[in-house]
Design a protein around this ligand. Structure first.
Ligand code: NDP
Length: 478
C-alpha cells in the first residue's frame, strides 16, 4: 500500500493570549487566592510551563460558595426562565465566536489533537449551551412535575480529558434549572475554564452565578464537603467518586457521579468490517483513549478475528502521532506524566500476564508525554488489562463464538457506562442492547455524543444522568 507523506499543517497559537498568572473567578471578578498559593500548568506535548494558576484553599472555597449563595437568592433563582435562557444563549454564541481560540487553548493545555478540539469538543460545548438555553423557560415540561424548583448552589468537579466539554455538561443544565455554581477544573487543565470565566464577564452574567476555582484534589474535596452546597456533580475516577459519596452520605446534598468505564465494543461476523474498524479506532484511539466511555475491550467473533485484526493493524499504521496543533495529527500527547506512568504500568502488566502486545512503527517526539497506539491480543477476562480502566490508547482484544458468550463477557466488568454493537441484524442489536448493562449502547457507531441524549452509568460507573432532559432532573428539586 503506498504511504503518503503529509506536509506539516500547524494551527497558529497566536490567537490565544495566555497570561503569566491567573487568579480565581469569584463573584464576577478575578481575585488572588487568600493564602497566595499557585501551581504551574504545563503543555503536555512540550513540557513547557504555560502559566501559574491559583490554588484555592478552604477560605477561597468559602468565599465562592457564599458568592454563589448570594447570587442564587438575590438574582438567579428570581429571574424568569426566559431571562436565564437569554444569558445561556449569549454564552453559547460567545463560545461559538471564540471557538477557534478555545480549541487552540484546549489542545495546548490538554495535548489533544486540534482536529478533535476544533471539530468535536467545541461544537459540542456550544451545542450544550444552546440546548439547555432552550430548556430554561420550559422546565415545567421536562417531565419532573409542573413547577420544578432549583436546588441552590451546585459544587462541580471535573476531570482533564474534556476540560471545556465537561464544564459545559455541568454548568449549562445547572444554570438553566436556576442554580448557581462553583466549578473546579482539573489541576492539569485549568486554562479553558479560566477563558470561560472571561466569557461569563463578556456575557454580563450576574456576579456569583458561575464561579471558577482552580486547584488540586484538596480544593475539590473542600468544595464538595462545604456545608453551603446543595448539589454535588462529579466526573472522574471511581476511587475519588467513592470518597465523595462517603463524605456526603447522610447530608441533604443531591449527588451525581460520572465515573470510569471499561466498555465492550462487540463485533459480530456479519458486521461491515471496514466501518467496524473505523469504529474501533474511534472508540479507543480518539482523545488518546482518555475517554470514560472508550471502547477499550474489543470483543470480536472468532470466525472474523484474524481478518479484522489484520485490517485494524493496517489502519493503525496510518495514524499520525505528534504535535497536537498540527491539523494532520490523529494522536496527541498524554495529558500528564502521572497518566503516562499509569498507562505504562498497566501495559507492562498485560505483557507479564501473557497477552501479546503490538504497536505500529511510530516515532515518539523527544519531549513531552507520548504513548503509541497499542493492541493486546490473547487477552483473557482475568487479565488486569481486561478489567481495569487504562485511560490511554490501549486496546484489549478478546474473542467469542456465540451472542450469549459475547453478552456474558461484555457484562463481566464492575463498570457499566457504555458499549458498542456491530452487526447487520437489527434484531440482534435490540437483543444485545436490552441485555447489556451499560448506560449508553451504540449500534454500528461509537463515541457519538449529543446534548439531547442522556449519558451515565451503572454499577461502578456512577449514578445519575447528564444530558437531555434527564440531565435537568439532577439539578431540580423533584
Ligand atoms: P480524579 O478522579 O482524581 O480527578 C477528577 C477531578 O477530581 C479532578 O478535578 C481532581 O482534581 C478532583 N479531585 C481529586 N481528588 C478529589 C477529592 N478527594 N475530592 C474532590 N475532588 C477531587 O482523576 P485523576 O485525574 O487522578 O485520574 C485517575 C484515573 O481516573 C484515570 O487514570 C482514569 O482511569 C480515571 N478518570 C476517569 C475519568 C472519567 O471521565 N470517568 C476522568 C478522569 C480520570 P485534580 O485534577 O487536582 O487531581
Amino acid at each position: 500500500m503506498p504511504t503518503f507523506e503529509y506536509a506539516p499543517a500547524p494551527e497558529s497559537s497566536a490567537i490565544v493570549d495566555i497570561q503569566p498568572s491567573y487568579g480565581l473567578f469569584i463573584d464576577g471578578e478575578m481575585v488572588d487566592p487568600i493564602d497566595g498559593s499557585r501551581f504551574k500548568t504545563v503543555n503536555p506535548a512540550t513540557e513547557e510551563v504555560l502559566s501559574e494558576v491559583a490554588a484555592a484553599g478552604p477560605r477561597d472555597v468559602d468565599r465562592a460558595v457564599t458568592a454563589a449563595r448570594a447570587a442564587y437568592q438575590s438574582t438567579w433563582s428570581q429571574l424568569p426562565g426566559r431571562e436565564r435562557g437569554k444569558y445561556l444563549f449569549r454564552l453559547a454564541r460567545l463560545v461559538q465566536e471564540r471557538a477557534r481560540e478555545l480549541a487552540v487553548l484546549e489542545s495546548i493545555d490538554n495535548g489533544k489533537p486540534i482536529r478533535e478540539s476544533r471539530d468535536v469538543d467545541l461544537p459540542l460545548v456550544a451545542a450544550h449551551f444552546f440546548y439547555y438555553a432552550g430548556w430554561a423557560d420550559k422546565l415545567g415540561y421536562a417531565g419532573v412535575g409542573p413547577d420544578p424548583r432549583p436546588l441552590g448552589v451546585a459544587a462541580q468537579v471535573i476531570p482533564w480529558n474534556f476540560p471545556l466539554l465537561m464544564l459545559a455538561w455541568k454548568i449549562a443544565p445547572a444554570l438553566a434549572a436556576g442554580n448557581t455554581v462553583v466549578l473546579k477544573p482539573a489541576e492539569t487543565t485549568p486554562l479553558t475554564a479560566l477563558a470561560f470565566a472571561d466569557i461569563c464577564r463578556q456575557a454580563d452574567l450576574p456576579p456569583g452565578v458561575a464561579n471558577i476555582l482552580t486547584g488540586a484534589g484538596e480544593t475539590g474535596q473542600a468544595l464538595v464537603e462545604h456545608p453551603g452546597v446543595d448539589k454535588v456533580a462529579f466526573t472522574g475516577s471511581t476511587e475519588v467518586g467513592r470518597a465523595i459519596a462517603r463524605s456526603v452520605a447522610g447530608s441533604r446534598k443531591k449527588v451525581t457521579l460520572e465515573l470510569g468505564g471499561k466498555a465492550a465494543n462487540v463485533v459480530f461476523d456479519d458486521a461491515p468490517i471496514d466501518q467496524a474498524v473505523e469504529g474501533i479506532v474511534n472508540g479507543i484511539f480518539f482523545n488518546q483513549g482518555h475517554v470514560c466511555c472508550a471502547g477499550s475491550r474489543l470483543l470480536v467473533q472468532e470466525s472474523i478475528a484474524d481478518e479484522l485484526l489484520d485490517r485494524l493493524k493496517r489502519r493503525l499504521a496510518t495514524l499520525r502521532l505528534g504535535d497536537p496543533l498540527d491539523k494532520n495529527t490523529d494522536i496527541g500527547a498524554i495529558n500528564s506524566s502521572a497518566q503516562l506512568d499509569r498507562i505504562r504500568e498497566l501495559s507492562h502488566a498485560g505483557e507479564l500476564e501473557g497477552a501479546e502486545r503490538w504497536s505500529p512503527p511510530c516515532d515518539l517526539p523527544d519531549r513531552g508525554w507520548w504513548f503509541p497506539p497499542t493492541v493486546f491480543t490473547g487477552v483473557t477476562q482475568a487479565h488486569r488489562i481486561a478489567r481495569e480502566e487504562i485511560f490511554g490508547p490501549v486496546l484489549s482484544v478478546l474473542t467469542f463464538r456465540t451472542p450469549a458468550e459475547a453478552l456474558e463477557k461484555a457484562n463481566n466488568t464492575p463498570y457499566g457506562l457504555s458499549a458498542g454493537v456491530w452487526t447487520d441484524k437489527g434484531s440482534r442489536i435490540l437483543w444485545m442492547a436490552q441485555r447489556l448493562r451499560a448506560g449508553v449502547v451504540w449500534a454500528n457507531t461509537f463515541n457519538r455524543f449529543d446534548p439531547t441524549s442522556p449519558f451515565g452509568g451503572y454499577k461502578e460507573s456512577g449514578y445519575g444522568r447528564e444530558g437531555g432532559r434527564h440531565g435537568l432532573e439532577a439539578y431540580l428539586d423533584v
